[in-house]
Design a protein around this ligand. Structure first.
Ligand code: CP3
Length: 357
């Protein structure tokens, strides 16, 4: 299981060490834009049946890597596995996204929540990590992940996606103590979940704070950032070169990159609304930065894709004191089902070619 890595660009960049090219992977690189994904999902019957089967989760994790020379694999799973294991009953309605049968609404609901056991209730996730590590055979590192406490709480309280997050914001405003109790138990679960993925073989860990950016700054600091900091401080990740890096991605986190760089995380993920040179200046060399091409760029012609990638790489270098180190290329958010796989090939090639040292 522990064959040495053949391609460690991604881990080196996260440690801000020199690399021959800027590493690249893409959020939602495994997904519906790939016909082979749609075929596996159809055979499995549903997204959840596929995600809960370690062999199938491994298969779809590897699909994008067979097509493109990506520098990292990300486990095929979902952030909502954790609240599902806490008893909320995750299900999907076609075209409507994720839903919970038993959302959390009252202080009594919150008091009943407990941290699930990782090797029983979430065993299928850990088995998928072990299976993917075996099949990757050291070709590239494997990223494990979790939702942030705030983002998970959004789904748990709203019962699904939301336009305005009125229910979860009302809970935070009307019953801040209950909200902190909810975020506290979810943070304990996130730390246990990420630790278990690391023990099973994940070589880097990413937290998705997809909905932190819907909060006002004071509420962001109280209900999201505080718990991201707890994760960065309390998650055991080893020492020096053997350290498992932690990446904090957040949509709408541009104004907080400096504060995120001080949490103890190893890297921050930025969306496309901030210039990557400004992101470099905000983190001041304390952490690596991952990002941040506008995903919609993938709909454009290859020439425009290459131009925007060149711009992104150069912005980073200009803001980072003339050095390309400490940057992991990614989109500012995830891929969409109607994107063209040929354009992904253009992107990966352009990142590697334009960043070659
Ligand atoms: O990046 C990858 O390739 C790894 C897989 C991955 C999925 N979900 C697979 C998935 C990851 C990292 C996630 C995380 C996730 N899940 C987030 C945070 C990242 C983000 O996008 O901001 C969130 C908010 C969720 C919750 C979730 N799961 C939603 C909103 C949806 C519906 C999406 C849609 O477009 O229908 C899901 C389902 C889901 N998770 C799909 C995939 C590929 C689509 C399921 C399908 O095949 O129908």
């Amino acid at each position: 299981m522990t064959s040495p890595l053949k391609n460690d660009r991604f881990l080196r960049a996260l440690r801000r060490e020199p690399v021959d090219r800027t590493p690249v992977w893409l959020m939602r690189q495994a997904g519906r834009y790939l016909p082979e994904y749609r075929a596996t999902r159809a055979a499995a019957g549903s997204f959840l049946a596929m995600a809960k089967n370690p062999e199938l989760a491994c298969e779809v994790t590897l699909q994008p890597l067979r097509r493109f020379p990506l520098d990292a694999a990300i486990l095929f799973s979902d952030i909502l596995t954790v609240p599902d294991a806490m008893g909320l009953g995750l299900y999907f309605v076609d075209g409507e996204g994720p839903k919970f049968e038993r959302p959390v609404r009252t202080p009594d609901d919150i008091a009943r929540l407990a941290v699930p056991d990782m090797e029983t209730e979430l065993r299928y996730v850990m088995d998928a990590v072990r299976t993917v590590r075996r099949e990757l055979d050291g070709s590239v590192p494997l990223i494990g992940f979790s939702g942030s406490p705030w983002t998970l709480a959004c789904y748990m309280v709203e019962g699904g996606g939301s336009k305005d997050y009125a229910k979860v914001k009302s809970l935070a405003l009307n019953h801040p103590q209950a909200m902190h109790q909810l975020l506290g138990v979810v943070t304990d679960a996130v730390i246990a979940y990420l630790s278990a993925q690391r023990a099973a073989g994940a070589q880097a860990l990413q937290v998705f704070d997809t909905w932190g950016g819907v909060l006002s700054p004071s509420m962001y600091r109280e209900f999201s950032l505080r718990y991201l900091r707890r994760i960065a401080q309390e998650l055991p990740r080893g020492e020096d070169d053997a350290r498992t890096p932690l990446i904090l991605f957040g949509k709408g986190n541009g104004a907080y990159l400096g504060e995120l760089a001080n949490t103890g995380a190893d890297a921050v993920g930025a969306d496309w609304l901030i210039d990557l040179g400004d992101a470099a200046r905000a983190v001041g060399g304390k952490v690596a930065v991952q990002g941040n091409l506008d995903p919609v760029t993938l709909y454009a012609e290859p020439e425009a894709i290459r131009r925007e990638i060149g711009r992104t790489l150069d912005s980073w270098r200009d803001g980072n004191g003339g050095s390309r180190e400490g940057h992991v290329f990614n989109l500012g958010h995830g891929m969409s089902p109607d994107m063209d796989p040929d354009h992904v090939a253009v992107l990966v090639d352009a990142v590697h070619t334009l960043s070659a040292r």
